[in-house]
Structure formats: C-alpha cells, structure tokens
Design a protein around this ligand. Structure first.
Ligand code: SF4
Length: 428
C-alpha cells in the first residue's frame, strides 16, 4: 500500500500511487468517456471506465450521502462505491476521478460529497482526483500536461463526431447492427491512435475524422421513410448518461425515432465563455479572459473543419458556438449560466430550427437551474415556435420507469402525427 499523504486535510494522489493504482472513471457520456480513458491510459495511467447502468445503484449513493443532494451526485457516488465493493478490486489500490467545473452550482462540490461518502462507507484511504481546467485542486501524481490536454481535446471531438454519425445512421441501417459493429471497430482503432507522442495532432486528427466519416457513409441505409427527429437536452449528466436517463437514446430509437443529442463540447465552450462573461461584467484577470477567448477560438476552428467534412458527406453537422449563443437573444439572458443555463434553452431552439421540434428535456429532480432554463422556458418557446413538442422528464431517487415511458410515448406519438401531417401537406 502506498503512503498516504495529506494536504489541507485532503488525501493526495501521489507519484507512487500513479504507478500502482487504478483510477476509476464514472461513466457520463458513453461516446466520449471511452476515448478520455484511452487518452489517460496512453499517458501512463491505469484508468478504467465504469460501465454499470443499473439505476438501483442510486441506493448505494443514497446510503452514504444526504438525501437532499442532486440525483447525478448520488448516481456517481453509488457507481463508485458499488465498483469498489463488487469489482473485486483491492480497495487500497484504487483512486477515483471526478470533474470539477468550478461553476456556481452544487456540482462543484460533488468532490467533497464523494470524499464524505467514502469515509462513511469505510474507504477514507481512497484518493479522489479532481479533473478541472483551472487550478482548483492539484495532485502530485496526476498532471494535465499539454499533450494530455490535446489528447482530451481530440477525444472530445471524436466523441461528438461518433455520436453524430451513429445517431444519423443507425435508425436507417439496412443490415441490423452494422453501425454498432463499425463503432466497435473504430473504438479499437482509436485506442491505438491515442498512443502517439506528438503534441499537435491537427493533421492526424483531420485524416482520421475524414476516414471515419467515409466509413459511416458507406453503411447501406434506407431513408425512404424518414423517422421523427427527437432531441435530448437537459442537465449534463442525465442528458448523456444511460445510467442517469434510463437508456433514453435506446428507448427513443426502439420507438422508431432518430435521436439528436447536442455536442458535449458545446457545454465546455459554454463554461469557458461563462467565465469570460463574468470577468467582463464583474471584473477579474484580463489575461484569463483572453486565454479563454483564445481557447474557444482554437476549438471552434478545429470543429469547423469537422462540420465541413460532415456537410460534404450529407450529414447534419451542427452549428458554430457563436450562432448558438445568438439564438437566445430576447429569450433568456446570457448571464443565466448556473448549471446548463441559457445553453439549454439555446439547444432547444437549435433543435426546433433544424427539424427536431420534438424534445425530451431531462431534469434531475430538484435541479433548480435547469428547471428555470429548461421547463421554465417551455411557455416562451411554445409562443415563438408553436410546432414545438417538448416534454420534461424528471429523474429522481424513486424514478418510475413506467411514468417516464408514458410521458415519452405521448411525446413520440405527437411527433409521428406531426411528421405525417407534414408529409401529407408536402404531397398536396
Ligand atoms: S445543475 Fe442541477 S443537478 Fe447539476 S449540480 Fe446543479 S442543481 Fe445539481
């Protein structure tokens, strides 16, 4: 067992632990997190993605945390503790990693809640690593080097690309499972891709992305009968995580829909932009604002290349961040950036503009910021876009899958009716 080193009452992840420990990563976004783990592994960490998706895990989280905390926190804590208990991993050789945005919402404190829960569960010696873009918490055994940062950036781009391609191809595939099969092949190849030692990967990434798009384009599809497009928006964890949203993407596809999920990168750019906005409005280091603006510019230049490639191959490509930002003008203030804030409203508008007025807005029970920017905006959106067909689904500790399904089915049947009417009108 490695020596336990504390700093300000916090157990550190040391250099010694880096060599011996396995870092457990909670699953949040299935298309992206697999690549994040590949990036960590390629830089010498033993990292493992937790893939459990049984909603019952929430009870494990509830046992060791206050019943007042957010559903995503309970699920993440439950998933970690369940893994330590059941996976047969030596608990003295395990560390946990969790993202910390530093924003105004309770999510910034998940890390403290997790440490408390570990103590209560009898694992006070398990270190928790904060994955953050700023200087919130540091650990001697875990460093975001420029190369790791670039790899995480590429991982995010690949994740968004794969999510887009899979969602636009799988509902129409002629041969069942051909999309999933290709995804498995590509995921294996990307494991090798991340093994490189270069710092800048622009050319390499562009080449691989182009090849991936080409391979998806070659999957035989039948688009004679179009399916209603259904968008998924909401709180970041329940929006992407099958554990958090009871396999929403799969459910909607089984109901005959084409799922549209906004890119994960938008949320991160929005977080950088929100910090830059605060510095401008309330004061703060000008240099930090400039750095944030430059990061956004760089990410957007890279994303624009991918959007162009997607468009060239007749895939829906998404829109630039600055266009998304402009969509909420006169609807919700850009200062509303606790939780998903104005981005949630903007994503709904973008979906409506792009042929997906049918939307599931996923909301953890009691999540105030998202109730304001999500459910709280429905009336305004209905006024501006009468065709919008939005349903809010609550995810709570005792979530009944039947209730969720009933509400989703009602929205889906409206979506089919609207699509039929549209088809009928275009033939007349
Ligand atoms: S956004 Fe909602 S679920 Fe997430 S930390 Fe804030 S209140 Fe909790």
């Amino acid at each position: 067992m490695a020596d336990l080193v504390f700093q300000d009452n916090r157990l550190l992840f040391t250099e010694e632990m880096r060599k011996e420990y396995t870092i457990l990563v909670p699953q949040m976004a299935p298309y992206h997190f697999e690549y994040f783990v590949d990036a960590f592994t390629s830089e010498g960490y033993n990292a493992e993605l937790l893939k459990t998706t049984d909603y019952e895990l929430i009870h494990e989280g509830m046992k060791y945390s206050h019943n007042d905390i957010c559903v995503p926190a309970m699920l993440v804590i439950g998933q970690f503790i369940d893994a330590i208990k059941k996976k047969g991993i030596e608990a003295h050789k395990v560390a946990l990693i969790i993202t910390q945005t530093g924003g105004g919402c309770r999510a910034s404190n998940y890390i403290a809640l997790l440490r408390k829960a570990l103590e209560k569960a009898g694992y006070p010696y398990v270190p928790v690593i904060s994955l953050n873009a700023g200087s919130l918490e540091k650990n001697p055994g875990f460093k975001i080097t420029p190369r790791l940062l670039h790899k995480l950036h590429d991982a995010m781009l690949f994740g968004d690309l794969m999510m887009t391609l899979v969602n636009q191809t799988r509902p129409y595939e002629v041969q069942k499972n051909s999309t999933n099969q290709l995804m498995i092949e590509i995921n294996q190849e990307l494991r090798t891709y991340f093994q490189h030692k270069s710092l800048f990967t622009w050319g390499r990434h562009k080449k691989k992305s182009k090849e991936i798009i080409n391979r998806f384009k070659n999957i035989p599809v039948n688009k004679e009968t179009l399916k209603p497009k259904v968008g998924i928006v909401g709180e970041i964890y329940v929006k992407y995580s099958p554990l958090g949203n009871n396999h929403l993407e799969e459910t909607l596809e089984k109901e005959g829909c084409e799922v549209v999920t906004p890119p994960l990168y938008d949320f991160f750019i929005y977080s950088f932009d929100s910090r830059a906005y605060d510095i401008k409005r309330y004061g703060g280091p000008k240099k930090e604002r400039l750095a944030l603006k430059m990061a956004i510019w760089y990410i957007e230049v890279r994303r624009q290349k991918i959007r162009k490639m997607l468009k060239d191959h007749a895939f829906e490509s998404g829109i630039p961040y600055k266009t998304i930002r402009s969509l909420v003008e006169g609807i919700i203030d850009l200062g509303t950036h606790i939780g998903e804030g104005w981005l949630l409203t903007a994503e709904m508008i973008d979906l409506i503009h792009h042929g997906a007025p049918n939307i599931v807005c996923t909301q953890p029970f009691g999540c105030l910021p998202n109730h304001i920017a999500g459910k709280g905006m429905f009336k305004k959106l209905k006024k501006h876009y009468p065709e919008s067909n939005i349903v809010a689904i609550d995810y709570d500790t005792s979530a009944s899958k039947v209730n969720q399904l009933n509400r989703i089915n009602l929205m889906v049947s409206n979506a089919f009716r609207q699509l039929e009417e549209k088809n009928h009108d275009s033939k007349v």
